[in-house]
Design a protein around this ligand. Structure first.
Ligand code: ADP
Ligand code: MG
Length: 401
């Protein structure tokens, strides 16, 4: 670890949280955690711009738990996030953090899950509620959740959530919390909508900017490859086999692409599953946990379905299609190289995509190396350097702790 980094012991954490953090295998707080935790514990509003994989969940999870008073029955903290998958994942991480705090009750409510099940959970008077905006509003309307004593409201993946058109819902939720509620926002970018909500609901917020640089930057070797149409599947499989990959994510722009690619890979006997908006909730959760536990190797997904999902050890990300939005490029490749692991990203493009890709490169400050298949079927850079050699020079063999 970098020696400028504060150890967890300097953050004045309770023994219960320290023990949990230890058990989770964390040795030191990430930069966004080191900065956010003290600010949030003092009750201040925070707006944090940080790339994916920088540990934002614990950055708000730790202070939420530390400042929680478990002797009341009111909801004290709400975490609003854009997707159900993210909701489940945040609740899971919070429960791990609260492993030695049996007094703390955490609930998650999201669309797609039977309301009856959630009613039962809400009846148990949770202290923290993790929710998607629509479903939370639904419960507020039914009177099954009351936000009148909320102390902290966290908006996770705020840019994505507000862009997805939830801005009105988020406003209605925040309007139902006390005027002096601590409002904390986490976002990969500070979009117009994020600024609007910050302006409206935050008081003297401290801005934190975590640059995707240096120590903090995920180590991702990025490549681009001319490949289009059905060629892409051959090339995909070829790369997977050549590099002996066993945990990869493949992104397509449309549900139909994802579904078809999934089916074709399946017919080839590949260990594959899909995630897109048409897949029922119960099945989505299963796909995610199966992938996380390594029960299949290739996850084909659309952007929204995979948003914010944290799966460790994804070896490579493939952009089967060039993402529609520049930001998506970062979100996608951020699935690999998480928490200081190294990763690879391959982007398939057609000659027509050149300008789109140049735009993405410029906007995201990404460096992509052009690769192609040589006459022997080996992957090489334009100067003939084999891919394996490129990877070796890019990626450190071990994490340098
Ligand atoms: P983000 O929300 O910024 O994309 P997450 O909160 O999902 O990132 O964290 C990314 C990964 O890093 C998770 O697997 C998480 O358990 C891990 N992580 C979080 N904090 C630390 C830490 N202090 N040290 C090591 N790993 C951490
Ligand atoms: Mg996150």
């Amino acid at each position: 670890m970098n020696n400028e980094i504060t150890p967890f012991s300097e953050l004045d954490l309770s023994p219960e949280i320290l023990k949990a953090v230890n058990r989770m295998g964390f040795t030191a707080p990430t930069p966004v955690q080191a900065q956010t935790i003290p600010l949030m514990r003092k009750g201040g509003d925070v707006i944090a711009k940080a790339p994916t994989g920088t540990g934002k969940t614990c950055a708000f999870g730790i202070p939420l738990l530390e400042e929680l008073r478990s002797d009341t029955n009111d909801v004290q903290g709400i975490i609003i996030c854009p997707t159900r998958e993210l909701c489940i994942q945040i609740a899971e991480e919070l429960r791990q953090l609260a492993a030695f705090r049996p007094d703390v009750r955490i609930a998650s409510v999201y669309g797609g899950q039977p309301i009856a099940k959630q009613l039962a959970v809400l009846k148990k008077n949770p202290h923290i509620v993790v929710a998607t905006p629509g479903r939370l509003l639904d419960h507020m309307g039914r009177g099954t959740v009351w936000l009148g004593n909320v102390y902290t409201a966290v908006l996770d993946e705020a840019d994505e959530m507000l862009k997805m058109g939830f801005i009105r819902d988020v406003r209605r939720i925040l309007n139902a919390t006390p005027a002096d509620t601590q409002v904390v926002m986490f976002s990969a970018t500070i979009s117009r909508e994020v600024m609007d909500v910050a302006w409206e609901y935050q008081h003297n917020a401290t801005e934190i900017h975590i640059a995707a640089e240096g120590d903090n930057r995920p180590q991702i070797a990025q490549f681009e490859l001319m490949s289009s149409g059905s060629r892409r599947m051959e090339d995909l499989v070829h790369i997977i086999d050549a590099l002996d990959l066993h945990r990869v994510m493949v992104f397509g722009n449309r549900k139909s692409t994802v579904r078809q690619l999934g089916e074709r890979l399946h017919r080839q006997g590949r260990s594959v599953d899909c995630l897109h908006g048409d897949i029922p909730q119960s099945q989505r959760n299963k796909v995610m946990s199966d992938f996380r536990e390594g029960r299949f190797e290739i996850l084909v997904a659309t952007d929204v379905a995979a948003r914010g999902i944290d799966v460790d050890d994804v070896e490579a990300v493939f952009n089967y299609d060039i993402p529609d939005e520049n930001e998506y490029y970062l979100h996608r490749i951020g699935r690999t190289g998480r928490a200081k692991r190294h990763g690879m990203a391959f982007t398939f493009m057609t000659p027509d995509d050149r300008f789109r890709l140049r735009d993405i490169r410029k906007y995201t400050h990404s460096v992509l190396t052009d690769i192609h298949f040589d006459e022997n079927g080996g992957l090489v850079a334009s100067d003939g350097t084999p891919l394996e050699q490129l990877l070796e020079s890019r990626l450190p063999r071990e994490n340098q702790e």
